[in-house]
Write a protein that binds this ligand. Structure first.
Ligand code: ZN
Length: 126
């Protein structure tokens, strides 16, 4: 699966939905290519009082549910067709579940990637 495919899956995973009040879910979609070659997906949930979580977190939970921890590549799709990088909490989560995820490639575009190691060069667990 190349970057274009993973970006497409991340975009298709987005399912913006209004919840009660001003809460929402699905504004951001994430697609993870795991060590076994399976693609796991997730959406964000935006709630009050810090109860929500990022799309990466739900994609990671989907992956862990299947007994996997290694993330080869990851694409995150934001509103307005934008591809972006995970927040600091998600970067930390990826490293804490598997040290090898330091080599995870974060997709920035069809021909553009950055590794998690480049985003977090000095990790406190190493
Ligand atoms: Zn995050």
């Amino acid at each position: 699966m190349d970057n274009r495919d993973l970006i497409r899956v991340a975009k298709e995973t987005r399912k913006p939905m209004k919840l009660r009040e001003d809460f929402s879910s699905g504004d951001v979609g994430c697609a993870i290519l795991s060590g076994s070659g399976i693609v796991y997906t997730g959406v964000c949930i935006d709630l009050a009082c810090g109860l929500g979580f990022c799309a990466e977190v739900s994609a990671i939970a989907d992956m862990l549910k299947n007994g996997e921890t290694r993330i080869i590549k990851l694409a995150v799709a934001f509103p307005e067709d934008r591809i972006g990088v995970p927040c600091g909490r998600c970067r930390e989560m990826m490293i804490q579940i598997d040290k090898e995820n330091m080599d995870t490639k974060i997709i920035l575009g069809e021909d553009k990637e950055i590794t998690l190691k480049e985003l977090l060069p000095l990790h406190w667990l190493d």
